[in-house]
Design a protein around this ligand. Structure first.
Ligand code: BES
Ligand code: MN
Ligand code: ZN
Length: 502
């Protein structure tokens, strides 16, 4: 989508559809101002308008260059935040498609107290993410979606801020769409190797480094967890290393971001049921996809932070050589794990990446993103990811910061307790630990498993719920959502601010 800004008078904007964000309780003055600009037909539309978030009323005023003007509900002025704007405008992107509008212009919200920069960013994110469609495998033409979005900065607006917010919004939305595309791709089109090639292409395009290891190097590094999961597969595993090294970086010790890259999770010999379970498992690389999107965002926004991405990748299948329940495997860390369920595979390859990160980079911070447990969906549904960290003072601050980033981006995270007692669920009679802890607190025992392999400040995000949706929700479509890209971009930008001398 082409995204731009203008400060020409709204009535002269040459667009197929002009969007006017409006709260549920607009003042008389606001309606009068609209009447002055767009004429009485808009006032009549306003009479039918309810204004709750996501309601859209189209009017056909005579005195505007745009043939249609739509009032777009963004909820109450009191609750007007970036998320309300994103959700409201996403509904308007659907209306744009219904009206075959290719060029859509949009005014800034005139109510509430959002600054123009934040408002412009939210408008663009809501519109671009809301208009997203995955059409790679569609053979029909489909309804023509909007191709151009223009944010209008009025005479009182902070023009520089509007321009900056619009650009940020575009870059973040595009990076999120990259992650969505990767998740939505058919499993047969994303073997670990094919995925690594897509990552390399992204790196070449956006200007970050990508190195990919094949089976030989993974063996040489003794990544026993990744290798065990891969044994039942026809396709070799890969381990991709992404590097964003800007000149002006505020840190020496890098931040390492790890993404679970299970290209397809059949469960292995502990085979999943098809309906409502295995039929969603192309999304099991949602963590890795989000890391790719994050690197695009870091590069596009030129974030001054050294960041390393680690993407262990394979599918999990019950092939002839598949690992079995009872197998004891030797991990990259040198420790051993008794596999009690081959469907608890994600933690095995993440553990290798986490111990590799800890022993290689001496990282300032490690963050992992993984579609790790069904248990996390039971606990939190799809509206939030679970976030876990070792229970230390410093972790409390990190947890607070990422929750704040979640509120700002609408990619919410909720903390789960990492009590020491839950570690006991992983006791094994014959190895250092087992890979499953029973049905109680499953998201937490998975977190405790990972914790065993990390030796650095750390955050674990279980994104099983929000990474992939059965039906659309606001600006998130059914299928891959790209969850984590905007969250971590926001978190890391604030991490930079906290480390920049005033
Ligand atoms: N990829 C799944 C988790 C998952 C479930 C993600 C549903 C998205 C939607 C993971 O590999 C898995 O199978 N976890 C098991 C762990 C269990 C065997 C301890 C689970 O959650 O059932
Ligand atoms: Mn699994
Ligand atoms: Zn999995």
């Amino acid at each position: 989508m082409i995204v731009s800004t203008t400060s020409n008078a709204p009535a002269t904007l040459d667009a197929d559809l002009l969007l006017v964000p409006l709260t549920q309780d607009p003042s008389e003055g606001r309606i009068e101002a609209l009447a002055g600009r767009f004429g009485q037909s808009l006032v009549r539309a306003a009479e039918d308008y309810e204004g709750e978030e996501g309601s859209v009323r189209v009017a056909y005023p005579e005195a505007t260059a745009a043939p249609r003007v739509a009032l777009v509900g963004v909820g109450t002025a009191h609750d007007l935040d970036a998320e309300a704007v994103r959700r409201g405008i996403a509904a308007a992107s659907t209306a744009a498609r219904d009206h075959a509008a290719e060029t859509v212009a949009c005014l800034l919200p005139q109510e509430g107290d959002l600054d123009d920069d934040t408002a412009a960013q939210a408008l663009v994110e809501g519109f671009v993410l809301g208009a997203y469609q995955y059409r790679r495998y569609k053979t029909d033409e489909g309804a023509v979606g909007p191709s151009s979005f223009i944010v209008h900065a009025g005479p009182e607006a902070d023009e520089e801020g509007v321009r900056a917010g619009t650009e940020r919004g575009r870059r973040l939305a595009e990076a999120t769409c990259t992650a969505r595309d990767l998740v939505n791709r058919s499993p047969h089109d994303k073997t670990a190797q094919a995925f690594a090639e897509m990552v390399a292409a992204s790196g070449a395009h956006y200007g970050y480094e990508v190195e990919t290891w094949g089976a030989d190097r993974i063996q040489a590094e003794e990544m026993g967890g990744l290798l065990a999961v891969n044994k039942g597969s026809f396709d070799p595993p890969t381990f991709s290393i992404l590097r964003w090294h800007p000149e002006e970086a505020v840190n020496d010790a890098p931040v390492v971001v790890v993404g679970k890259g299970v290209m397809f999770d059949t469960g292995g010999l502990s085979l999943k049921d098809t309906k409502g379970s295995m039929d969603k498992m192309k999304s099991d690389m949602g963590g890795a996809a989000a890391v790719v999107g994050l690197f695009e965002a870091l590069a596009a926004l030129d974030v001054p932070l050294n960041v390393i991405g680690l993407l262990p990748a394979t599918d999990n299948r019950p092939g002839r050589k598949a690992y079995v329940p009872g197998d004891v495997i030797e991990m990259h860390s040198g420790g051993t794990v008794e596999v009690m369920n081959t469907d608890a595979e994600g933690r095995l390859l993440l553990a290798d990446a986490l111990s590799y990160a800890s022993s290689t980079y001496d990282p300032a911070l490690v963050v992992d993103l993984a579609t790790l447990t069904g248990s996390c969906i039971v606990a939190l549904g799809s509206k939030a990811a679970g976030v876990m960290a070792s229970e230390t003072e410093a972790a409390a601050e990190r947890l607070y910061a990422i929750q704040r980033a979640g509120e700002r981006t609408g990619e919410r995270v909720h903390p789960l307790p990492m009590y020491e007692e839950y570690k006991e669920h992983l006791d094994s009679d014959i190895a250092d630990l087992t890979n499953v802890g029973g049905s109680a607190a499953g998201a937490v025992t998975a977190g405790k498993f990972l914790e065993h392999f990390v030796d650095a400040p750390w955050l674990h995000l279980d994104i099983a719920g929000p990474a992939f949706l059965d039906k659309p929700d606001g600006y998130a479509p059914a299928g891959g959502t790209g969850f984590g890209v905007r969250l971590l971009a926001d978190y890391l930008e604030n991490y930079v601010v906290a480390r920049t001398p005033a």
